[in-house]
Design a protein. Structure first.
Length: 113
């Protein structure tokens, strides 16, 4: 992709998508960000910066930035933000992740045979 077409302040070409997952699963949030100079991208949860380590892993693959959260817990529910900043400007995209308990047999409709 020709970076000159997207010069200046950071801009999102794709934004993270909201979704719901069960406890114990892994979640990956991703976004595509461009800008010149290349922006520094960080992830936040409920306005607190997330660093790689433990159950959290951040990956940069060209213009695509990912946050993976392993072994989800109920406390991982909340608003996540991808923040991109360079010396020209700043942009951000927020998304909500909902983590719930796995469905149990009690929660399902009865099956008649």
């Amino acid at each position: 992709m020709d970076q000159n077409l997207f010069g200046g302040a950071p801009r999102f070409l794709t934004r993270p998508k909201a979704f719901s997952l069960s406890v114990g699963r892994d979640a990956t949030l991703s976004c595509t960000v461009v800008g010149t100079p290349v922006p520094a991208v960080t992830w936040e949860k409920d306005k607190l910066r997330i660093s790689t380590g433990g159950r959290f892993k951040t990956i940069e693959d060209g213009d695509v930035y990912r946050l993976t959260i392993y072994d989800l817990t109920l406390e991982d529910s909340g608003q996540y933000m991808c923040r991109a900043k360079n010396n020209v400007g700043e942009a951000y995209a927020a998304v909500t992740l909902k983590v719930g308990l796995p469905a149990t047999l009690v929660d399902r409709a009865p099956v008649f045979t």
